[in-house]
Write a protein of this length. Structure first.
Length: 495
């Protein structure tokens, strides 16, 4: 990670107007209201004079991270309010903080940060749900299916609390080793599919939030770890595992520096169909060229949605002795601040979907010309004989369900069902199956079950019931039990 910084390509822009005023975020400031709306991109506007205004020109955000201790720090809060439009909690939403004891959740410190941020017009990145570090103490006594279940319960419990409120969640953090293999951890020991299970659980828990994989040292395209994570995301996208974004922490501290191929890394991930974001940026001694280069790389990749620095002032940094942030200890912007601001203002790409103005007022006048010609040929004879036998599954009007064992361990397994529709669109489906004796369903995602042993039916979730002709979707479930016998009598019924 010692490549030279990307070359500088500074551009300036002439002033025009910003669509929605100075800082054009449509911020929702009441915590009970869901995610604040993203800014409307307008590259023809005047340069932004704050980080967030400059980022919003291209439909991006500029974020920071804060601990609950900063809620009493007016110096921090003043800059946060002025410059940033996305917030991450440094430690307060990590597993040890949110679930100190089994099933006993504590959101007080996380909520305090969330409330302050959203009351000041910011959106929120959740960090993080499943990680080898900062785990609840009680996870240390768990392994195998018990730890797997604890992880799933944790994701469900935390995401239920913040449902509909966040823009992004770091579902899994730092699961890869430097050589591109999986990092060994207690979560990894529950089975190689733990990341997939985490994402499927997360999607079912809150379909509204973008689900991210987040890691450090994945900025250099040729590095083993980068390739490992890239292959994970590629595999997930190919198999329909729900992942929406990759967070590149961008810690160019502790010996790391900006690689010359950073933009290639960002665009390669984006080409898989995910958003990318720089989620924890800091740079040794706040090198202006590295800050400029990392910002420009993001601005050059349409699906690079934003940049977060891990703190505001050097005194906020986890690596404070490297003075790696954009503001000094007296709250003054450093030269790197200006280089970032200029690179944000020089963006030439916008985030897809941010250039269309949001809907304004619905039309007030009804259409003046009603349809003049009524249908000429009304249906003549209704069918006299209703069908006596339901169509076989997989035929028009039917659906089929195919089972796959994803992974097994001593005392349980994870199964997957692929529901495939016939040739007529349907609005819902139910899968029936029979579990072997002694088996119990512990969790279902992308569907909800009735019964958890013996004869079980699994109904679609709200978001995956509608299937077009021949379309398919998958659901997953965890089973506890002494045998790994596959479910029998599997069938599918359209709603
Ligand atoms: O709160 C206790 C305090 O009571 C105790 O007196 C003190 C003694 O050491 O520790 C305090 O907890 C510390 C906590 O930060 C809050 O300050 C922990 O020891 C310390 O380990 C913890 O460090 C955090 C680190 O994650 C843990 O891995 C950093 O603040 C936080 O910035 C850092 O953030 C991570 C991201 O989540 C993931 N990417 C890397 C990034 C930097 O390490």
């Amino acid at each position: 990670m010692n490549d030279v910084p990307a070359p500088s390509k500074r551009r300036t822009r002439s002033g025009a107007r910003l669509l929605l005023g100075g800082a054009c975020a449509l911020a929702i400031t009441v915590s009970s209201m869901a995610v604040a709306t993203l800014a409307h991109a307008d590259l023809s506007g005047p340069p932004g004079t704050t980080l967030k205004a400059a980022a919003e020109r291209s439909g991006r955000y500029f974020g920071t991270a804060m601990g609950a201790d900063r809620l009493n720090d007016s110096g921090f809060l003043n800059i946060a309010n002025r410059e940033f439009d996305m917030m991450t909690a440094v430690n307060e939403m990590k597993p040890d903080a949110t679930e100190p004891n089994p099933g006993q959740f504590d959101f007080r410190r996380g909520d305090a940060i969330y409330d302050w941020a959203t009351q000041h017009g910011m959106r929120f990145r959740g960090h993080t749900l499943a990680w080898h570090a900062q785990q609840p103490k009680f996870w240390a006594g768990l392994s195998g299916s018990a730890l797997r279940s604890a992880m799933i319960s944790h994701i469900n419990g935390v995401m239920a609390h913040y449902k509909g409120k966040f823009a992004y969640w770091d579902v899994v953090n730092e699961a890869y080793a430097e050589n591109g293999s999986r990092r060994s951890s207690n979560l990894q020991s529950t089975g190689n599919d733990w990341i997939e299970v985490a994402f499927r659980t997360a999607r079912a828990a809150d379909p509204s939030v973008k689900l991210c994989y987040n890691d450090y040292n994945i900025e250099n395209w040729t590095y083993g770890k980068t390739q490992g994570v890239y292959n994970l995301i590629k595999d997930f996208k190919a198999r329909g595992v729900p992942v929406d974004c990759v967070g590149l922490q961008t810690h160019f501290t502790g010996g790391s520096s900006l690689p010359g191929n950073f933009q290639q890394t960002l665009s390669s991930f984006a080409a898989l169909g995910v958003d990318v974001a720089l989620t924890e940026a800091d740079v040794t001694n706040a090198s202006t060229s590295q800050y400029q280069g990392l910002t420009q790389a993001c601005m050059n990749v349409p699906r690079c949605v934003g940049i977060t620095t891990w703190g505001i002032r050097d005194s906020d940094s986890w690596r404070g002795n490297e003075n790696p942030l954009l503001f000094d200890r007296n709250s003054n912007p450093k030269p790197a601040y200006t280089s970032v601001l200029n690179a944000l203002n020089a963006a030439s790409t916008t985030v897809p979907g941010t250039t269309t103005p949001p809907p304004t007022t619905p039309p007030t006048t009804p259409p003046t010309t009603p349809p003049t010609t009524p249908p000429t040929t009304p249906p003549t004879t209704p069918p006299t004989t209703p069908p006596t036998t339901p169509p076989p599954t997989g035929q028009p009007g039917g659906c089929t369900a195919a089972y796959r064992m994803v992974s097994m361990w001593n005392g349980g397994f994870q199964g997957e069902l692929t529901v495939t529709n016939g040739t007529t669109a349907i609005s819902g489906w139910t899968v029936q199956l029979t579990l072997a004796g002694g088996q119990t369903i512990a969790n279902v995602w992308n569907g909800s079950n009735t019964g958890n042993s013996g004869a079980v039916s699994i109904r679609n979730a709200a978001y995956n019931g509608a299937l077009g002709a021949n379309a398919s979707t998958t659901l997953g479930f965890l089973v506890n039990g002494s045998s790994n016998t596959a479910p029998s009598n599997i069938s599918c019924t359209p709603a």
